[in-house]
Design a protein around this ligand. Structure first.
Ligand code: FAD
Length: 446
């Protein structure tokens, strides 16, 4: 790969050091830029549950040389659908050939491990590119996107060539670029909790909870059991922890807040409504759980745009989605990858940052919006989840024709080719005197 003569190093300020922000820091560091990450909290308060990382996310970890073992992944071998009341296996999507087919396993990380893995890669003195710097306890307050200036609540002011707003679902930078989200509280709320493998052994709980699989209970209406009752269970952290997402209709919960830092809730909060009729094996696990936290969910409509001036949004700030395709973090990783390629040495977008960010939105928005919509559909019916879509319509082409999101569609996508193909035409349109950059993007998308 030859370096474009107009390429130059940029100073990038990444605001929000979650999974997407860390991925962006790694991608942009690898692309040759100087990256500073500003995070509102201290990472010590990080808690969390499992984050599955399918091939479409994993391929970028490989390309960036991330030490995946550091994230203590479990390599998934199955997606298993179980009956809410009996636990009987209703359907199974086999991942036995996943690694053979795609070249990488389907990873399951614990969020904390995944975050540490990315943080280390972004900041390590080893590996290509300048190590990114991390500044904690910095809450972004306002943005001047034309000048490239972020002001923090502590009074500090930072100027950069590019500003990436990876500040999550309640993004301040999104508001600052003028995007007002159309959102509503989801009809479903989540409690996440963890069970230690040692407790499963000690108390003689469901032995196959530690199988390398994502196991689901419920997720579609059955008799008087509402479709919003659903459990997603999976081992992570080298199999030492089994993580649970326990979903239920929002009206069954007392929790109106959302976020990471809460008081742990009692088991009785989870065991509401139809949880009294849940498979006794799954009940046993939840009764021995730790780290029980509520997680409010919101349904967002796609935003009109993702960038303005020298700033762009990424990850949940740009396309928050329901968690039912397990793709939120993977989409944030893809966003990061797109930024790394676009501002990479092969192209000359570094000489026109606004054009580069406009191109980033052009490349990423259609695919992320499609996943966002499919995540909303999978809220209503587990059969819409990637993987299970190929069981109800085993022919991938047929499933795609029906608009369903499939493993093939997610994993066959080649972002390098997509960017190479579109870059020429995009630059041509962008350079044209007709219309604003946004109008040009719309024209190209049409
Ligand atoms: C129940 C559930 C299960 C999920 N399971 C999966 C899964 O299996 N697979 C998957 O791919 N995805 C999953 N996701 C989605 C995934 O967790 C998110 O999509 C992903 O974390 C988004 O990354 P992000 O960096 O955009 O946001 P976050 O990881 O939320 O990071 C945002 C960061 O910005 C910081 N911040 C916020 N405001 C400011 C500010 N003003 N100034 C400075 N910093 C700020 C925050 O402290 C945080 O560190 C799940 C989500 C949910 C709710």
């Amino acid at each position: 790969m030859s370096t474009h003569p107009n390429w130059k190093q940029l100073h990038v300020a990444v605001v929000g050091g979650g999974l997407g922000g860390m991925a962006a820091a790694v991608a942009l560091r690898r692309a040759g830029h100087k990256v500073s990450i500003y995070e509102r909290r201290d990472f010590k308060v990080e808690v969390g549950a499992s984050i599955s990382c399918a091939y479409n996310g994993g391929q970028w970890l490989r390309e960036w040389g991330v030490d995946v073992k550091r994230g203590k992944p479990v390599n998934l071998m199955k997606l298993t659908m179980r009956d809410w009341e009996t636990g009987k296996i209703l359907n199974q999507y086999d991942l036995d050939h996943y690694e053979e087919n795609w070249g990488l396993p389907y990873y399951m990380f614990h969020r904390v491990d995944m975050h540490e893995m990315l943080l280390e890669c972004a900041t390590s003195p080893d590996g290509p590119g300048e190590p990114a710097s991390v500044v904690v306890d910095h809450i972004a307050k306002s943005l001047d996107e034309e000048k490239g200036i972020v002001t923090f609540e502590n009074g500090e002011v930072v100027k950069a060539d590019v500003i990436i707003g990876s500040d999550g679902i309640r993004s301040v930078l999104r508001k600052e670029i003028g995007v007002i989200p159309q959102m509503r509280s989801a009809p479903q709320t989540c409690y996440r909790c963890n069970v230690k493998k040692t407790d499963i052994e000690k108390f003689g709980l469901m032995a196959d909870a530690v199988d390398p699989a994502i196991q689901f209970w419920g997720g579609f209406t059955k008799g008087d059991i509402n479709r919003y009752y659903k459990i997603v269970m999976s081992p992570c952290s080298d199999g030492e922890i089994v993580s649970f997402y326990c979903f239920m209709p929002t009206e069954m919960t007392n929790h109106t807040q959302e976020g990471f830092v809460f008081e742990e809730v009692p088991v009785s909060d989870i065991m509401a409504g139809m949880y009294s009729r849940l498979d006794p094996q799954a009940q046993g696990l939840i009764e021995h759980s730790i780290d029980r936290m509520p997680w409010r969910l919101y349904v967002h409509q796609p935003y009109p745009y993702w960038h303005k001036g020298k700033a762009a949004i990424l990850g949940d700030a740009a396309h928050p989605m329901m968690p039912h395709q397990s793709q939120g973090a993977c989409m944030a990783i893809e966003d990061a990858a797109a930024l790394g390629i676009i501002f990479g040495k092969e192209y000359d977008f570094t000489s026109n940052v606004e054009a580069g960010l406009s191109f980033y939105e052009h490349i990423r928005k259609p695919r992320a919006t499609r996943v966002q919509a499919a995540s909303a559909r999978a809220t209503e019916n587990l059969n819409e989840r990637i993987g299970f879509t190929s069981l109800s319509a085993p022919d991938a082409a047929l499933a795609a024709k029906e608009g369903k999101l499939t493993v093939n569609e997610m994993n066959e996508y080649n972002m390098h080719d997509h960017i190479a193909k579109e870059a020429k035409e995009f630059k041509h349109l962008y350079a044209s005197p007709h219309g604003s950059p946004k109008a040009q993007t719309a024209k190209l998308s049409a």
